[in-house]
Design a protein around this ligand. Sequence first.
Ligand code: NAD
Ligand code: GLY
Length: 363
Amino acid sequence: MRRIPVSLGARSYDIVIGDGIIGKLGDAVRDLGLGSKQMIVTSQTVWPLYGKTVKDSLTTSGFDVCITLTSDDEEAKSFETLTTIFDKLLENDFERNSGIVAVGGGVVGDIAGFAAATFMRGIRFVQVPTTLLAQVDSSIGGKTGVNHPNAKNLIGAFHQPRLVWTDVGTLSTIPERELRSGLAEVVKYSVIADPELFRLLSENVRSFSNISGDTLIETISRCCSIKARIVEQDEREEGIRSILNYGHTVGHALESLTSYAQYTHGEAIAIGMTAAARISLEIDATDRETVQLQENVIRVAGLPTRMHQPIDPVEIVQQLNKDKKRRAGRVRWVLPRRIGEVFLTEDVPPEVVLRVLQGMIAS
Ligand code: NAD
Ligand code: GLY
């Protein structure tokens, strides 16, 4: 079992990573001294797989537990789900020392976290991530929120969990495509900060779904450590935290232009990272080998490096200008210099972006 601290003063917490630990959550929550009432927020798919085990564990450890089930897709990150959670918290007389336990992927974590951030001006919450994406990324760092009908993740708050309890055993039931989606975030971490992780990934990515508990724990731990160190430096994304958005500039534009139906988050990010590396090459900030190394890993991971749905690159460039990560009206790019190092720039001419994207349409 690994324990990675996230040091944020009064908001510090641990990420605990192990294999087969989900049924031990109750004691860990009790050790934190959280209030006796806990609400589990989970999805309809995850509830029978892991939600019940979490409930039994919390109940055995003396907690009074109620459940809110969400739907299984991005639609769950809505004001409607939020209202359902608030209604249930009130019906069950939740108070300021009560808590929420999110059991599931990033969707459940984001909505449960935002409910915790806003109910009675903030109650405590615990993340039990059950997708690879949630285990390496979304459960850590305190970004919570819901989607506005016009834009994803637009309404949110920074609210750190009290504990992230990661059981890599839960990945055994994950659909292959969701696992690959999470792998894109692992590639992201390796390219932004960890050449050794990139090497580990290059060796294991082909058969990632078969890798053993220890290698999985090692891979996930490296990602979590990178994210923890970055969040510690810049909790509210005023500077360096932006590098975690590597691949997300073009990725978000693609997701949005295809109404979140064509690509998983990770697939869109994979295309976004490919575009970022090619842009970096175009402006002479990286070399061809770096671009090719990254493309190879992405391809072997079973992720796309090209846009299979022919989207007009002009529309993508227009969409970039609506991104909430713009600064003073300019698109902020995270570009690789080499494997393990990226830089931030607002100086990428739109014609370079257009040329790169035109070269990425699958024939
Ligand atoms: P998801 O939460 O939609 O989960 C994918 C699917 O897998 C769902 O149907 C879910 O019910 C199912 N599932 C979850 N765990 C399972 C398991 N162990 N076995 C079988 N099925 C399981 O998708 P995701 O990729 O985890 O999260 C995507 C969301 O995360 C997006 O909304 C994105 O905006 C958000 N996100 C947030 C942050 C952050 O920092 N807060 C970072 C990255 C992404
Ligand atoms: N997923 C990007 C971040 O947490 O900042």
